[in-house]
Every structure is written in structure tokens, then in C-alpha cells.
Design a protein around this ligand. Sequence first.
Ligand code: SF4
Length: 321
Amino acid sequence: MTSLYEHCNLCPRQCGVNRLKGEQGYCRETATLRLACASIHRGEEPPVTGQGGSGTIFVSGCNLGCTFCQNWQISRCAGAKTMGREVSSEEFAAICIALEEKGAENINIVTGSHAIPAIAEGIDCAREQGLKIPVLWNSSAYETEEALEILNTRVDAWLPDLKTLDPVLASRYFNARDYPERAKAAILKMLSLPHSLIIVRHLILPGHLESTREVLQWFAHEYETKFYAENAKNKVIVSIMTQFTPVNVTDMCTPHMRYVNREEYEQVLDWLGELGIEEGYCQELVRDSGWLPDFGRRNPFSARGDDVSELSSPVWHWKDT
Ligand code: SF4
């Protein structure tokens, strides 16, 4: 499977580089999987967090590279190598098992689209070693249908973003004018696979509410025409996130240096009602940066630097030896 890295067309960027020889494409990653951290996370949607927390594994690198990325230290660090450490399939499997032993209800793989072959091998290795809990795929949805097919028998639920359906915004903020078409196709591909839960996540971009309305209209239409009919085998819901937080990354432009405001938040709630989207989640309005991760800390989600916080408890960190 790693031969897919030889002329890498794994994602819609279609760089064609030989990552097995150490070449890097848009995602800036070679064929070797790198991870930033793994923790028991309690800030996901209720069915993902469950009682025991979600076993999140943050993958280093990213094939989309949003200019406003909250995880910029591990996804697209200006000029320098992003934070993270190379791991083998065996170490990936050991991390999964450690998360399960700490009580995680699932393995939640975050932003691994550029590393699907290596992660697939890691999941296989973890299953061979006895991993029992479900595996969740948490991604930008900037993915090809062929790549998602690799995950078909390995992933139990999907958490795709749908960031925008506006090609101009996608071009400006992700350098991916084709993001809308690719993401819609990826989500419909996930729907066609025999899994139980798809949570379509949308982050409100301050000042771009028309983009949020377009996403909600698409979701409502697809729900009527496809999702609802498919719900016998797949449950599809939407999750609205308000946590857009201005970040300061030197070589990247942050589009709107402010938070979502109350007026915007209430407008989105109105639209959910107007469009008849009844089932799903909407985050409370977030108005401070206290939750922002710092992947230089062993517990990135603890602003105080504690090893354990309400939001997460660390299990593995790239600085661990
Ligand atoms: S996974 Fe990386 S190298 Fe491969 S096509 Fe996508 S951005 Fe390019």
C-alpha cells in the first residue's frame, strides 16, 4: 500500500512526488508517518466523547493548510518543520492500545488524509494486537474517493468538515478552489460506505455567513434527498462550530481577526430552524482563546500546563522518549 506514495496522487492536490524517496508535496510530508500527540479528549460531540472520552491521535502535516488553522504548529508551521515524531505501524498500534487501556471509547484520527496508507497499516497492526474500540476518521474532507476506499473496512464512523462551498473562499483560505466539489464528493462517498455515523462539521467563518448558509442549504437538501433515505444504515448529522479563533502565524494571513459575534451566532441558529435541520449539535459561542492548543506542551489542551485538564489527558506526546 505504501507504493501509493511513489507518485503521490493520494489527495486532490495530485503532487506526483516520490515520498518514498523523501520528496515532499503540498502536505510537506514524506512517506513516514509522523504524529504530534495522543490524548483522551472530552470536547467532541456527545456521541464521540461518550463516557470515557475520545482517543484522539493528532497527525502531523496537512494536505489542506487553512490559513486560520488552530493546529498550525503541527499542520503548517511557517518555514520550519511542523511538530511531531516519526512512528512505525507498531508504535501507532501501541498508542491505540494505550488509549483503549486508558478508557477511550474510540480512536479518533485527526487530519490524516495525507497519510492514509501508513495509517491503514497502523490500524491493521492495532487490530492484530487486539484493539476493539471503533476507529473514527476526523478530516477536512479534501480527499479522493479512491483514498477513502482504503479506509472502508478500517473506519467505523466519519467526522468530515464541510468548510465552505464557495470556490473563491476556498481558493483564498485553503488554496484549493476545488475544495467544495471534492469535499461534497468525499462526504457522499462516506455515505455510500457501510458505517454507522457521519457527523458533518462546519466552522463558522466570521464575516462570511453567506458561506455558512450555503453549507446548511446543501446539507438540508442532501438530507431530504439522500441522507434521510440512507439513515437506515447511516446516521448523518451536522455539527456547527463557533470556535474560530484568531491565530498568529507569521507566513500566513488570518482572514478575520475576530471571533464569531452574537448576531452571527443567532442568525445561524435561525437558519437551522428555517431549514428544518433538527438533529445535530451547535457549539456554544466561543469568545476567548483559552481552549487553543499548544502542541509544545505535553497536554496541548491545558492552558495551565497541567498534565490533566477537564478537556483532555495526555497519553503520548512527540517529545516523549
Ligand atoms: S498527500 Fe501530500 S504529496 Fe500527496 S497529493 Fe496530497 S498534498 Fe500532494
